[in-house]
Design a protein around this ligand. Sequence first.
Ligand code: ATP
Ligand code: MG
Length: 321
Amino acid sequence: EALGPTITVGEILVEIMATTIGAGFLEPQPLTGPYPSGAPAIFIDQVAQMGGSAGIIASVGNDDFGRLNIERLERDGADISAISIIADKPTGSAFVRYRPDGARDFVFNIAHSAAGDVRMTEAAHALVARAGHLHIMGSAFAIPGVADILENAIKTVKRRGGSVSFDPNIRKELVDAGRGRKLVDDILAVTDLLLPSGEELLIAADSADEATAVAKLLDGGVSEIVLKRGRDGSSFFGRDGARVDSPAFTVEEVDPTGAGDCFGATYLTCRRAGMEPERALLLANAAGARNVTRRGPMEGVSSLADLEAFIASSTTESIHA
Ligand code: ATP
Ligand code: MG
């Protein structure tokens, strides 16, 4: 923490949700939103909520969707100095509707929006120059030019003695498409903390099972892996066979989007503050669980006091049950 803020790079969006369950957007229907969103934005907002210093390199349009996001991030204590306002592009957006089986239909405006136009401005260089930790979001790989921005930020942060975390929340097809694989491997080579969810672990390691994937990544130089398992909680894997499994909290899931980002931000911020993996996992599970109880991806962010109160009043389900 003393070294400088946790920073990330990537998309800022609004999310607009269907209020009914069903298939897609082929007829008029009730919607709710806009809600602040974008995995990197949710992550950095949660770091700030936890009292960590936090900044983001991103772009929004000169419109209410952009202002809504900037106001939220600023209110929650994030450094917004490296968010560019792009005059001739709208803020990115995602319309989402849930199907009865939990699958989602989307209409995205990202690639041709401000979200897809991240720029290395003077303010962005200044943020990188004082950063102590870089968190890389796989979702941002879709942004043209992001590989160069990340390469520069990795070098600067590592030169200062800082660290790197990586959430490979990236579609498998994007990894398999040649350039994606190289980018993932280049980032894994400098990753200190890896935060995959479910089969992202196997995709990142290019392995067939969990144990092989974990061994391969730790051998490759990653110092800790924290695997997100949704309703089954999470696991920590460290050097020399260290392992901690932590059960999920029992909550009513209203909106699962953003759980992984709140989880990762909480785990990282706790570790940067010097907490042991076991305590960091418990607080991160609580942050993921709290987030899914609220509609809107960034509406369920938590302070440390929120998490402690939630843990004190909750029960967990054993993942070995
Ligand atoms: P996202 O949907 O944001 O991409 P993710 O797939 O990266 O999420 P998850 O494993 O779904 O990550 O969620 C992260 C953590 O949040 C889990 O490890 C768990 O602790 C908690 N969590 C998620 N969903 C639930 C749930 N339904 N009940 C309780 N805890 C949950
Ligand atoms: Mg995820």
